[in-house]
Design a protein around this ligand. Structure first.
Ligand code: CA
Length: 692
């Protein structure tokens, strides 16, 4: 099904700017080209603010669909598109990339790096990709299996490709690279599994490695020969204890935010959580564990360390600092400060002087109970007793999903407001007393089986009430909310701010909406038919302003979060592009959910069912939904045809029959009898909904 609507018969690509300025100059001066969206964050400052003002608060109610383009996927779409001289570039699940005519949606080319299906197992949170980088006729993007690829942006033909990771380890790339001074900077992910984080710089012309910076120490006595060698030994290693950190990787992956600061010629990287999560296992429950949970400033030419600020010392909650870093000049106490703004998972909004890494202010932007405040003398959090769940469980609000996650925020420099896709997702932390390191699987040191799903309707309602999302307008100087708009639930999409005084955001409820930047007044909404995760952008062609967002369900939380109302049918991923007076429509979605398929003629003992439930929770739930309550992104196993066919079930779980689609063999982690016990448990769950 294709819903491409070439409503404009205009020929794109008429901005013949190439040749006028070099790619590097264009990136540096991206704000002077509001018709384009040249970098994932809009400009190097990553404010996600469009200076275009044809669409404004007074007329946005007339916004309508200009065109839509089916993306041929039903996996999570987290990417922010780029628009360069009339062509839109969008990365897709499984690290595919497509080039579209930005005026009509017509496909120009598509490229599939053919990521092997088994690489999907190392992707904690779906086989997503958050974007590409462009410079001078080249596109750069990372792949789930750890490659960095350069393509000709006109033809989609490969120029070079390098393996940036050790393929024997569970590294992935989901974040967008950045191009800085002739180098392509890329990080990676995998801290849930057991890897050691780093960022690398490759020569944009040749793909040759220029430098690498490791964020956490490796095996003692073994030199990396990397830009980080000296600082790791001097500053980082003394903050780690025991030997498990380096044997299990240590974490500290830089899986999203990498920002170039042209004013100070420095690179700012957001460093992720420790691996395993639980510091008790990772580092004998001691130490700050530098540089996890930190922002680190590096010399972009050499990769040498400049400064760091650690937001979550000795992280034990998966509070990554990988969330978007935004640069702005702020006037604080009558002085202009070259500031960076950060709203990481841990729930504090940080304003940091980026010339030195000095903390200027930090306040809670959402409910936070792991720490009372940030001590401004030391720059360190004042932790709540018990928050580290050493003696008893702790419910953190929010927990691992974060008070704000990777979903982009937007900063309006005229109103001096940050618009944050904030949320509340409580998480029960229970230490894993029986921790065993399992290569290929999640190694958290947190007992994920202890969170029992509510069964009584009142408890289900209470759980739902505890999950919240909002669009939060935050004054970074006063460190307080200017306004907030509550959404029904968490895990909403990224935000775009515009000079038309309109704030755009796609929501988990399947709508794309606009609010007044002044006061959060609702101005417009569109039924996108599917949850929206990624960030919206704006661009213009031949005098027409467009607003664009890629829609599509998936990603970490939607895969795992229980869908109490059952799975829904979504239309699959789509690029949606709007303009004033757009009259396009989407075809209706026909809900067709398969019937539950319990194996009624078979019998499993209570012990088998209990074993099946435990294994399901440990191995299957993070993709197929807690308690088998799949939201429908990946198959609802209660409705699987294989459920009544022991041979097919075994072929999938043990023999890896669907490995090319990412469902690899789990024979290392279960016997054939245990795989069948899982079938028994899922069948019993299927019987429950069949009986209703
Ligand atoms: Ca993580």
């Amino acid at each position: 099904m294709t819903v491409r609507r070439p409503l404009l018969g205009l020929v794109a690509g008429c901005f013949a700017l190439a040749g006028v300025a070099s790619g590097s100059d264009r990136l540096r001066n991206a704000a002077a080209e509001p018709q384009n969206w040249l970098t994932t964050g809009g400009t190097y400052a990553e404010q996600r603010f469009s200076p275009l003002r044809q669409i404004d608060a007074a007329n946005v109610a007339r916004l309508g669909l200009a065109w839509a383009h089916d993306l041929g996927t039903d996996r999570g779409i987290e990417a922010t598109p780029l628009v360069v001289d009339g062509t839109m570039y969008l990365t897709l699940p499984w690290s595919r990339i497509v080039a579209l005519d930005a005026a009509t949606g017509a496909e120009k080319w598509a490229y599939d790096p053919k990521v092997p299906g088994n690489a999907g197992l190392s992707a904690c949170c779906d086989v997503v990709n958050r974007g590409a980088a462009w410079e001078d006729g080249r596109l750069f993007f990372g792949t789930i299996d750890g490659r960095l690829i350069a393509l000709d942006s006109k033809t989609g033909k490969p120029i070079w490709s390098v393996q940036t990771t050790d393929r024997t380890k569970p590294y992935t790339i989901t974040g967008a690279p950045r191009v800085v001074r002739g180098k392509v900077i890329i990080g990676n992910g995998g801290a849930e599994y057991g890897v050691r984080g780093y960022v690398s710089a490759y020569d944009a012309q040749t793909g040759k490695l220029v430098w690498r910076f490791y964020t956490v120490p490796g095996e003692p006595g073994r030199k990396d020969g990397a830009a980080s060698d000296e600082i790791i030994e001097r500053l980082a290693r003394p903050t780690w204890y025991g030997d498990r950190y380096w044997r299990y990787g240590g974490g500290g992956t830089v899986w999203d935010s990498i920002v170039y600061d042209p004013d100070l010629n420095q690179l700012l990287i957001g460093v992720g959580n420790g691996g395993p999560w639980n510091r008790r296992i990772r580092s004998d429950d001691k130490g700050d564990n530098l540089f996890i949970g930190s922002i680190v400033a590096l010399d972009p030419d050499t990769g040498r360390y400049r400064w760091h600020y650690q937001e979550t010392p000795g992280d034990t909650w998966d509070f990554t600092s990988t969330q978007q870093i935004t640069l702005a000049d702020l006037t604080i106490g009558g002085k202009t400060v070259k500031a960076l703004m950060h709203a990481p998972k841990n729930g504090f909004f940080y304003v940091i002087d980026r010339s030195s890494g000095r903390l200027i202010s930090a306040e809670k932007f959402a409910p936070v109970n792991w720490a009372e405040r940030i001590d401004m003398k030391t720059g360190r959090p004042v932790e709540t007793p018990g928050a580290r769940f050493q003696d008893k469980p702790f419910v953190a609000t929010s927990g691992a999903s974060g008070a704000h996650n990777w979903q982009p925020m937007a900063y309006d420099p005229r109103r001096r407001l940050m618009f944050i896709p904030a949320q509340q997702v409580p998480f029960l932390y229970v230490k894993d007393e029986k921790f065993v390191y399992r290569p290929e699987l999640w190694n958290l040191g947190v007992d994920m089986m202890s969170a029992k799903l509510p069964k009584k309707p009142a408890d289900v309602a209470a759980m739902r009430q505890s999950l919240k999302g909002e669009l939060l307008a935050w004054d970074p100087v006063a460190q307080r909310a200017a306004w907030r708009v509550p959404h029904g639930g968490p895990w909403n999409g990224g935000v775009l701010a515009t000079a038309g005084d309109v704030v755009f955001q796609g929501l988990a409820d399947g709508t794309f909406r606009a609010w007044s930047a002044a006061d959060g007044r609702p101005l417009w909404r569109f039924d996108a038919q599917t949850p929206i995760l990624g960030g919206a952008i704006s661009y213009s062609i031949n005098g027409t302003q467009y607003v664009a967002v890629a829609a599509g369900n998936g990603g970490g939380l939607p895969l795992a979060l229980p869908a109490f109302d059952g799975p829904r049918t979504y239309p699959g991923g789509r690029m949606l592009v709007f303009k004033l007076g757009g009259a396009g429509t989407l075809p209706p979605v026909i809900q067709s959910v398969a019937a539950p398929n319990p194996a009624r003629s078979e019998h499993w003992t209570p012990a088998q069912l209990a074993r099946g439930e435990a294994l399901y929770g440990q191995i299957c739930a993070s993709c197929h939904g807690m308690g088998t309550l799949s939201a429908g992104v990946l198959p609802d196993l209660r409705r699987s045809g294989a459920l009544t066919d022991a041979g097919t079930w075994r072929a999938i779980l043990i023999d890896g029959a669907l490995a090319s689609r990412g469902m690899v063999s789990f024979s290392r982690y279960m016997t054939p009898a245990e795989a069948d016990a899982i079938r028994g448990y899922v069948s019993a769950q299927a019987e429950k909904i069949a009986a209703r």
